[in-house]
Design a protein around this ligand. Structure first.
Ligand SMILES: *Cc1c(COP(=O)(O)O)cnc(C)c1O
Length: 228
């Protein structure tokens, strides 16, 4: 288990990388939301992050997220759902996360909307498959416009932006064109859908590049917990 001292040092390094990348695009570090991904660690590490001032935590499985939420219910943590969400789990997820980053199909959007009708509003990002990899879930670029058209009519769900996951890359620079194309998609559709604000892109391997290309949310796990 990574001890708190370890996590604090890692967090400082991550924050420095965020600040440097933000500066390159003329932004302040506060403009970038660090979503600390706790999927691979336990409750103690999540709490250690909180004690270091991190308030946004990300999980990729509903059941594990709810377990941590229960254990840390006394803390004011904003939980983000970042992993694939099965349609039949929408009920369990809605109301438990400030943002669902991983809406990857219209079926799921409809299920979240129906759950949100009972539980209150739901803020989501649409997950885009920018790299075109068969194994990655998400909307293909050509599907975005028709998807937004349909989602517009869902009254209990608000699309706050776009998310993407890059493949594992030998050279993180290879992610740059993928990030930049996600930003262009967001910019293009923002005119007709002004809530399309956020770009959730970048993980340990490439979050600096994602920020340089316009990310305002980065999802970072490994860099916070590694012990080397
Ligand atoms: C695990 C995960 C991350 C974090 O990846 P690291 O390489 O550990 O920083 C980001 N986004 C998603 C969707 C993940 O599942």
């Amino acid at each position: 288990m990574a001890n708190p001292t370890h996590i604090l040092g890692n967090l400082d390094a991550v924050r420095r990388r965020i600040a440097d990348a933000a500066a390159k695009t003329g932004r302040v570090p506060e403009a970038i939301c660090l979503v600390a991904v706790t999927k691979s660690v336990g409750i103690a590490e999540a709490q250690a992050l909180y004690e270091c001032g991190v308030r946004e935590l990300g999980e990729n499985r509903v059941r594990e997220a709810l377990r941590k939420q229960d254990a840390l219910a006394a803390l004011k943590i904003h939980w983000h759902m970042i992993g694939h969400l099965q349609t039949n789990k929408a009920n369990k997820a809605v109301g438990k996360f400030v943002l669902i980053h991983s809406v990857d199909s219209l079926r799921l959007a409809h299920a979240i909307n129906a759950a949100a009708e009972r539980a209150g509003a739901a803020d989501v990002l649409l997950q885009m498959n920018v790299s075109g990899e068969q194994t990655k879930s998400g909307f293909a670029p050509a599907e975005l416009e028709p998807a937004l058209e349909q989602i517009r009519s869902l009254q209990h769900l608000t699309v706050r932006g776009l998310m993407t996951m890059t493949p594992r890359l030998d050279d993180p620079e290879e992610a740059r064109p993928l990030f930049s194309s996600l930003r262009k998609m967001r910019d293009r559709h923002r005119k007709s859908m002004p809530t399309l604000e956020h770009l959730s892109m970048g993980m340990t391997q490439d979050f600096d590049i994602a920020i340089e290309e316009g990310a305002d949310m980065v999802r970072v796990g490994t860099a916070l917990f590694r012990e080397e």
